[in-house]
Design a protein around this ligand. Structure first.
Ligand SMILES: *[C@@H]1O[C@H](CO)[C@@H](O)[C@H](O)[C@H]1NC(C)=O
Ligand SMILES: *[C@@H]1O[C@H](CO)[C@@H](O)[C@H](O)[C@H]1NC(C)=O
Ligand SMILES: *[C@@H]1O[C@H](CO)[C@@H](O)[C@H](O)[C@H]1NC(C)=O
Ligand SMILES: *[C@@H]1O[C@H](CO)[C@@H](O)[C@H](O)[C@H]1NC(C)=O
Ligand SMILES: *[C@@H]1O[C@H](CO)[C@@H](O)[C@H](O)[C@H]1NC(C)=O
Ligand SMILES: [Zn+2]
Length: 941
């Protein structure tokens, strides 16, 4: 699945939202809450508890009955399904949207059993002579009679008790007919609505990962239960039906007195249930038939296709698929690849095999209106999803505990695919900011967890959904990148290709990949690693965290230590490796790259820099002399180091200071050279680290001095962009320069650079005077809108609202989104609800409002959005980011106690992390406030 981005990349530090807007939004949300609660009262299951997600882990004991266990027994193995679905895009006489369907599951009995246990959730099954299914034998086998059948809500099963056992080796057919609700819950087969030309349109679409195929038809809903799916969709004559396979035929028919079309699809390859997809819509498409009859299509709302918003996606999809065919040395196994933009979608995108689904903002790009950030997002999300077509879809991990390998892998190679499609963008560098540094921050906590979990630890849907976290995506990406770097890319891809070809259409565990990489190492001359791939990687995947490598250039010693952001925190999780790692070190001495070592020698008076291009997943510390040499290099000739390493020195220093390994003032000194820095990565790294200072101090007296210092540092960058853009009339040519221009303006305005304020106000005024001609460049819109509304008054605000109502492009609407919610709570799309609260929490005034709202309404929010919603943990972490007082810590602990009965589902870990982070923040403030104030005061002048 694609990552969910809550804050667009080009919204830099401290997005400003008017307090009034935040307040109004909270009120709007509260109204939505009350309405929803009224609707649910008196409905069974409409209460606030009794949800299965709060069930404690079932690892401690094994339930007696097989249907009480969350994992399927291993007695039956599916072979194929024949599924027919008919989603109704109009409500029935009860005002309910429904779908009906029938399915036959062909399966083989491989272990003697008189039980059939198959997943089924929230489906009303038709009964045949009192039973929920019909059973037949195939190829001469006789099926035993059904004794009784029942549904188990908690474990989401249909259970059939048979009169006698099934015969081992025999094949049977289970037939079911069912009816389900086509709800707007973004899970399973669901309903998405949008308005076009004033007409309300309904789309039926699906999201099966991780456990929602069972909500669409009864199936053995585990990733290793691969089967062939023969799909038929029944739909209105004016709509088009899509599924994983290519359409084979469509015939007009009449069913239940309704004119319909019956569309059949080419049978799928052997695949997992979570990769199925079904869509019925009146979307339009564009296509290219590029090579070997592979059909590539982009689907979206008619208007979006007319406006050419799908063109960019179509331009890059073909090349990216070709890149992967080459990289994996394996042809794309299907005959078509559809990409569909959906108005309502929970994740960023989903890699359904042959029918990839996206949020509109992750697929549509308007050449005139969208920003560079929007474009980059389209490229990387497509690249991420297409990477899964092989790694994940063709070869699938056995169980969700290994999710990190699937998601980590796609999160790494997405940069390679994107770099191929857009070679001038330096995409391969971006992984450092987007993944490596991001996950360093989380993995440095004592409450982090290893990448790999044991299979028994992951059972319930909530535990599965908790696996979709930053550690899986970003640490997975970081350690796989490190592996590829120390093996070298040719060896890595050789092992990879052999892994994919060996296990095609099957399932694996992560050690299978290590085995194939090890073979690639052994069959390649001149590659030497000190231990097997297995032994090296175990240290990175089976224990949490990462090391800080300290080099003393005086003595030549190199040591490693588990890096913890809070040095006083207690690591309760034992590690069989004692928190030591095999660390591959690439390094340079006085500007000269040295041979990769797994150990290092004495270096004398030269400056040394370890972890060139951050190819290893670790932080670096030096003796003070070497730090001073590096800082003086930055001040005199910063281009002597790569942009990645300039960014990394800053990031390492700030984090080492947080961990009290070096002083806070040494970290702040890494920002002094920034008045000369013009490149994006070091600035972005500095701004992100300084963001912590803003969060900790924007409610204190230190803030004035901080602003004064940063104003001084940012001013030259602001002037630089003014010059190279010919007084803000041109777009900078470099891809990352465009990002850095956004940083420069956002930061300069936040820090009170007067000319920045004048620029913003004049741009916005021009637009207000001539609303049909927006003079603000796409890249700068978010920043300008936010600042202009923040600086302005009612008039500016109302103008923004009027413009929002006219915005049809998804990315344009989301820039102005808050305003929507303030006025019309019924318009909160479920996919956006948590991100709206988060955006409010980013603001210093909005934060307490968001916190109070979430505290007071936890059980409601949890019930509405918590189950299976992947954004829940980031909701908790973003609201608590500023927490730094004893009072807030107590509130947080009380929140945890008060809601133990409701549970926290996929936010469980995030809450623990929030408590730990708040504790660390309190300590940090106590210890650093005086020094920081003094330093900023001295340096500001
Ligand atoms: C699948 O089911 C449909 C509807 O029941 C039926 O018409 C079709 O023949 C079946 N296809 C196969 C291959 O069994
Ligand atoms: C399923 O059955 C329940 C109980 O009879 C009913 O309330 C619900 O509306 C039915 N669902 C559908 C989609 O028909
Ligand atoms: C797509 O590619 C064509 C041909 O190279 C080019 O003219 C067009 O501008 C591209 N469209 C977008 C949106 O990048
Ligand atoms: C690519 O695959 C082919 C056939 O599977 C194999 O013979 C060849 O060695 C592979 N090439 C690489 C570079 O792995
Ligand atoms: C971890 O430390 C223990 C006790 O010091 C030692 O016996 C063991 O060999 C160490 N394990 C590793 C993998 O270094
Ligand atoms: Zn993914």
């Amino acid at each position: 699945m694609g990552k969910v981005y809550y804050v667009s990349k080009n919204v830099g530090l401290g997005m400003l939202v008017l307090a009034a807007i935040a307040l109004a939004t909270i009120i709007a949300l509260s109204i939505a809450y009350d309405k929803e609660r009224a609707k649910n009262q008196g409905k069974p299951g409409g209460g606030t508890d009794g949800t299965s997600t709060s069930t404690p882990p079932t690892t401690d004991f094994l339930p007696k009955e097989p249907w009480d266990r969350y994992r399927l027994p291993d007695s039956l193995v599916p072979f194929s399904y024949n599924v027919t679905l008919w989603p109704r895009l109009e409500p029935n006489t009860d005002g309910l949207y429904i779908f009906t369907g029938q399915s036959t599951a062909v399966f083989k009995c491989v272990k003697q059993t008189d039980l059939i246990i198959i997943h089924s959730s929230k489906l009303n099954l038709t009964t045949f002579q009192g039973h929920h299914a019909k059973l037949h034998g195939l190829n001469g086998a006789t099926a035993p009679a059904i004794q009784k059948s029942w549904l188990v809500e908690k474990t989401e099963y249909l259970v059939l008790q048979l009169h006698s056992s099934l015969a081992v080796g025999a094949t049977y057919v289970l037939h079911t007919e069912f009816r389900g609700e086509l709800a707007d819950d973004l899970e399973g087969l669901y309903r998405s609505e949008y308005t076009e030309n004033g007409v309300n349109k309904v789309v039926a679409t699906s999201q099966m990962q991780a456990t929602f195929a069972r909500k669409t038809f009864p199936c053995f809903d585990e990733p290793a239960m691969k089967a062939v799916f023969i799909v038929t969709l029944i739909h209105g004559r004016a709509t088009v039906a899509l599924s994983n396979g290519r359409e084979m035929g469509s015939t007009d028919s009449v069913m239940d007195g309704v004119n319909v079309k019956v569309t059949t699809f080419e049978p799928t390859k052997r695949m997992s249930t979570y990769l199925l997809a079904f869509i019925v819509s009146d979307f339009d498409s564009i296509q290219s038939n590029q090579n070997n009859n592979l059909l590539i299509r982009i689907w979206a709302r008619k208007k979006a296709i007319d406006d050419k918003q799908g063109d960019y996606a179509l331009n890059v999809t073909g090349p990216i698929l070709q890149f992967y065919e080459h990289y994996y040395n394996a042809t794309y196994p299907l005959s078509k690849s559809d990409q569909v933009a959906l108005p309502d979608f929970n994740a960023g995108a989903m890699e359904n095999w042959g029918l990839v689904t996206y949020r509109e903002t992750a697929l549509l790009y308007d050449p005139v209106l969208s920003s560079t950030g929007n474009k980059e997002r389209v490229t990387t999300v497509i690249s991420h999803e297409l990477a899964h077509m092989w790694f994940g879809n063709l070869v699938t991990l056995q169980w969700w505990n290994d999710l990190w390998l699937n998601e980590g892998f796609a999160s790494y190679v997405e940069y390679l695919g994107a770099d191929y499609a857009e070679p001038t963008w330096n995409m391969k560098d971006q992984i450092i900011l987007n993944d490596v540094n991001k996950v360093f921050a989380i993995d440095a906590l004592a409450s982090s967890h290893p990448l790999s979990r044991r299979e028994e630890e992951v059972n319930t849907p909530a535990q599965i959904s908790e696996m979709f976290n930053t550690i899986s995506y970003s640490k997975g990406a970081a350690v796989l990148r490190m592996l590829s770097e120390f093996l070298t890319e040719p060896v890595f891809s050789k092992g990879l290709s052999s892994y994919l070809n060996t296990f095609a259409f099957g399932n694996t565990v992560y050690t299978d990949l290590w085995d194939h990489l090890q073979r690639a190492v052994e069959s390649t001359p001149h590659i030497r690693i000190p231990e097997t791939v297995h032994n090296i990687m175990n240290r990175w995947t089976l224990q949490m965290g990462f090391p800080v490598v300290t080099v003393d250039t005086q003595t030549g010693t190199v040591t490693q230590k588990h890096f913890l952001l809070d040095p006083d925190s207690v690591v309760e999780r034992p590690s069989q490796f004692n928190y030591t790692w095999f660390v591959p070190i690439k390094w340079m001495k006085s500007g000269v790259e040295q041979q990769q070592y797994w150990l290092l020698h004495k270096t004398g008076q030269d400056w040394v820099l370890l972890n060139t291009n951050v190819s290893g997943y670790f932080r670096v510390n030096y003796d003070l002399q070497n730090w001073n040499r590096l800082l003086s290099l930055l001040n005199t000739n910063h281009r002597g180091l790569s942009v990645i390493n300039r960014a990394q020195i800053i990031d390492d220093a700030f984090n080492l200071a947080r961990a009290k390994i070096i002083s806070t003032t040494l970290a702040l000194r890494t920002t002094k050279y920034l008045s000369k820095e013009r490149d994006y990565m070091p600035w972005e790294s500095a701004l992100r680290n300084l963001d912590y200072y803003v969060l900790m101090f924007d409610r204190t007296e230190v803030y004035g001095a901080l602003q004064a210092y940063l104003r001084k540092q940012i001013q030259p960058l602001f002037e630089h962009f003014k010059t190279i853009t010919d007084n803000w009339t041109k777009v900078p040519t470099g891809h990352t320069d465009q990002y850095n221009q956004i940083n420069a303006i956002g930061m300069a305005c936040n820090m009170g650079v007067e000319s920045c304020r004048e620029l913003i106000q004049s741009l916005y005024k021009q637009w207000m005077q001539n609303p049909d001609h927006n003079p603000i460049q796409s890249n700068l819109k978010s920043t300008v809108y936010c600042s202009a509304v923040a600086f302005g008054g009612v008039e500016e605000w109302e103008f923004a609202w009027a413009m929002f109502k006219k915005a049809t492009l998804a990315s344009e609407a989301s820039r102005l989104r808050y305003l929507d919610y303030t006025l019309d709570p019924t318009k909160i799309r479920k996919q956006d609800a948590t991100s709206t609260i988060q955006n409010i929490a980013r603001n210093v005034v909005g934060m307490p409002l968001a916190w109070n709202f979430v505290r007071a309404r936890w059980s409601y929010i949890f019930q509405q959005y918590g189950q299976g919603s992947f954004s829940f943990s980031s909701l908790v972490s973003s609201i608590t980011r500023r927490f730094s007082t004893e009072f807030e810590l107590q509130e947080l602990k009380k929140f945890k106690e008060d809601n133990l009965d409701v549970g926290f589902g996929s936010a469980t870990l995030a809450l623990e992390q929030a408590i730990e982070k708040t504790t660390a923040n309190i300590k940090w403030l106590t210890e650093n406030k005086a020094d920081v104030l003094k330093w900023f005061n001295e340096e500001a002048t």
